[in-house]
Design a protein around this ligand. Structure first.
Ligand code: MLT
Length: 410
């Protein structure tokens, strides 16, 4: 008799975004004329800029000719892209990496979800709350979390509340933890972590022989020059941190798929007997067994984001999304909402009015205003009473959504 992995049965609900999609589809089916505006899942709306399109067209043409056709590429990614990443994203910030410390993939969601697999099941996992659900759910699937609790959450996960009082950056945990997930600029709160705050975490990880999985998918949206873009800007971080980055939001690649994970040579995890193990070697072994590389065409497109034209063009698109974020912040503040984020990140985190529950707020906003957002409770217990609006949409749609907010009567 085939047995199921019962850890999957511990998952509490469907994955957040399909559940939102289901509710939106039901609303659209019942109201076929509803002019729905989606500020829910953070999916880009601007087409790929010309420099990327040209590079991808050229890559397709290469695939059409005997002399330039390519089959399997290196599992870890083409050297041209790994070098461009280092030269443009890391060296200018004083972070020196070797190409073999950069692993190209087809998405950060998969990488950040898969990485836990190389660590033992008895590690204690710490996540912020609210949190990007992938970090929790993949640990549930692996069997590292214990059962779901009646009041929400899982018994063996350490949840670190991120609230306005701590500027949505968690305090160090009271109990020892082994694997810490941090995401800054943060999804969902839009908060950022300064060098001092990140240093505390790096020191903690070094002292406790812990590892930080640092999700920097939104680093390109940072406008404050004092905020680090990479955790490796912090001394000692290469010994204790993995960093995830993505072309999805930075360059409009949600439908193309290309991302990268940095696993420094200095990073160590330990056997039960205490022997140090090279994490990069283990990740490389895992990656080359389970992955055959991102497509050449996407990698050629990703490399074009680092050309002078590519940089200018993607910056213009990021600026457009961030001006949407400013519109949302300004409009909601004027309407009396308490708002956070949206300055160095493409997400605005608002407190629901009159203590309305976040799923109730979702339903009201959808049914009365045809606007879709993401309920804070979908990101964890400490997200209850909050709501996330994404800045990824056309400026005119964002303005229209704000006009509809203004007309909402509670
Ligand atoms: C989000 O809306 O939180 C993101 O788009 C989800 C993701 O990047 O997978």
């Amino acid at each position: 008799m085939i047995k199921i992995n019962e850890n999957f049965l511990k998952l509490q609900a469907g994955y957040l975004f399909p559940e939102i999609g289901r509710r939106v589809a039901a609303h659209a089916a019942a109201n076929p004329q509803a002019p729905i505006i989606k500020l829910g899942i953070g999916d880009v709306t601007e087409p790929l800029p010309p420099a990327i399109i040209e590079a991808m067209h050229a890559a397709v043409d290469e695939m059409a000719r005997d002399e330039t056709f390519r089959g399997y590429g290196p599992e870890q990614g083409y050297e041209f892209l790994r070098k461009a990443v280092i030269e443009n994203d890391f060296l200018p910030r004083g972070v020196d990496l070797e190409p073999d410390e950069v692993f190209i993939s087809d998405g950060s969601k998969c990488d950040v979800g898969n990485f836990q697999e190389i660590f033992g099941l008895d590690n204690v996992v710490a996540v912020t709350d609210p949190v990007y659900p992938v970090y929790v759910d993949t640990n549930v699937m692996a069997g590292r979390t214990g059962d779901a609790l009646q009041q929400g959450g899982y018994g063996q996960i350490v949840y670190m509340p991120c609230i306005a009082e701590n500027n949505f950056v968690p305090e160090l945990p009271a109990e020892p933890v082994d694997l810490v997930y941090l995401c800054y600029p943060n999804n969902p709160t839009g908060a950022v972590a300064g060098a001092e705050q990140l240093s505390k975490w790096v020191d903690y990880a070094r002292q406790n022989k812990a590892i930080i999985l640092f999700d920097a998918a939104y680093e390109a949206f940072i406008s404050d020059p004092a905020i680090p873009h990479s955790i490796y800007e912090i001394d000692g971080a290469k010994e204790v941190a993995v960093e995830f980055r993505s072309f999805s939001k930075t360059a409009g690649f949600t439908g193309i798929r290309c991302a990268l994970t940095v696993v420094p040579k200095a990073l160590r995890a330990y056997t039960a007997a205490g022997a140090a193990v090279d994490v990069k070697a283990i990740w490389n072994r895992r990656h080359s067994t389970k992955f055959n590389g991102a497509s050449y065409i996407s990698q050629a497109g990703a490399a074009a984001t680092y050309t002078p034209e590519g940089k200018t063009q993607i910056r213009a698109i990021i600026d457009l999304y961030m001006s949407n974020a400013a519109t949302i912040r300004r409009s909601l503040t004027k309407l009396g909402y308490e708002v956070y984020g949206g300055v160095n990140a493409p997400y605005v985190w608002l407190k629901t009015p009159d203590g309305v529950g976040s799923w109730d707020f979702f339903d009201i906003l959808l049914s009365k205003a045809d606007v879709v957002g993401t309920p804070g409770a979908g990101f964890g217990a400490w997200g209850e009473g909050y709501f996330r609006l994404s800045a990824f949409n056309k400026p005119e749609s964002v303005k229209e959504a704000m006009d509809r907010f203004a007309k909402l009567i509670w």
